[in-house]
Design a protein around this ligand. Structure first.
Ligand SMILES: NC(=O)c1ccc[n+]([C@@H]2O[C@H](COP(=O)([O-])OP(=O)(O)OC[C@H]3O[C@@H](n4cnc5c(N)ncnc54)[C@H](O)[C@@H]3O)[C@@H](O)[C@H]2O)c1
Length: 252
């Protein structure tokens, strides 16, 4: 098993892409601290992973709160003895017309997507530096960090910024053997996106591969990037979108 002896943290992993990544890491032998803001979802998700024989600790809380982040890293190390992999998956999407977009929505998006991911990366990298054996950090971007999409100006800014963060931090992290990359999913079927009944028909029509991504499509890319064998890949962003960014028709 590729991740045997490794410890991972995945934020926002009570459902959707984060849960799929946490579950596959555990299936491949990693010990996983599973975070979600929603305590019930976090505990259910961790129970499901444990039910399959995985090592998983639920750690509910707000991944945009810096003191919570520090506590979460300490808890992972106390429980599992070390930290090797961090997936800064938690991210919030708030759609809105640019001309009416409100500061409250803007701040929520910035706080979780940027502040949370930045300080999770910083705190995890300090721990990995102290351990002296490298590590892998993965930031969760989006295709809308590459191409315009209606109603997502603020969210899109954060995703483009995360990709720049990955690029910039090769300077700080490479001397410690820590890789940092981003994965940029296109439209992906999750509990949230499937709330919209037109999601699959629309994205199937405008995606060259003829369907939106599944959480497994994104997980395959994520596991490749955080695998110890991939550590020489750093500062990169991997788009997983069935070809959408090559043509980019808007979802109307
Ligand atoms: N689903 C897609 O189509 C898609 C496409 C591109 C990028 N993404 C990105 O992938 C990531 C996961 O997306 P998803 O659609 O699977 O997620 P989602 O919206 O289904 O949310 C996943 C979980 O995050 C939790 N969460 C929300 N705020 C939190 C906080 N402050 N702290 C901790 N947990 C919190 C939620 O409770 C939820 O269980 C996000 O960063 C998102 O921007 C998703």
């Amino acid at each position: 098993m590729i991740f045997q002896t490794q410890t991972a943290i995945v934020t926002g992993a009570g459902q959707g892409i984060g849960f799929a990544i946490a579950r596959r890491l555990a299936r491949e032998g990693a010990s996983v601290l599973l975070n979600d803001l929603d305590e019930t979802l976090a505990r259910q998700a961790a129970d499901a992973i444990q039910g399959e024989g995985g090592r998983c600790l639920a750690w509910p809380g707000d991944a945009s709160d810096v003191s919570f982040i520090r506590q979460m890293i300490r808890r992972a190390v106390e429980e599992f003895g070390r930290l090797d992999i961090v997936v800064a998956n938690a991210g919030i999407t708030i759609f809105g017309d640019f001309f009416d977009y409100q500061p409250e929505a803007f701040e929520k998006v910035m706080n979780l997507n940027l502040r949370g991911s930045f300080f999770l990366t910083q705190t995890a990298a300090r721990q990995m530096r102290e351990q002296g054996q490298g590590g892998s950090i993965l930031l969760m971007s989006s295709v809308v960090g590459h191409q315009a999409h209606p109603g997502l100006a603020a969210y899109a800014m954060t995703k483009a910024a995360l990709e720049m963060l990955a690029k910039n931090l090769v300077l700080d992290l490479s001397p410690h053997g820590i890789s940092i990359n981003a994965v940029a999913p296109g439209a992906t079927q999750t509990e949230r996106t499937l709330d919209d009944p037109s999601y699959i028909p629309i994205w199937s029509k405008i995606t060259p591969m003829g369907r939106p991504a599944t959480v497994d499509d994104i997980t395959n890319a994520a596991l490749f990037l955080v695998a110890p064998q991939s550590r020489h890949i750093t500062g990169q962003s991997l788009v997983v979108d069935g070809g959408w960014t090559s043509v980019s028709p808007p979802p109307v």
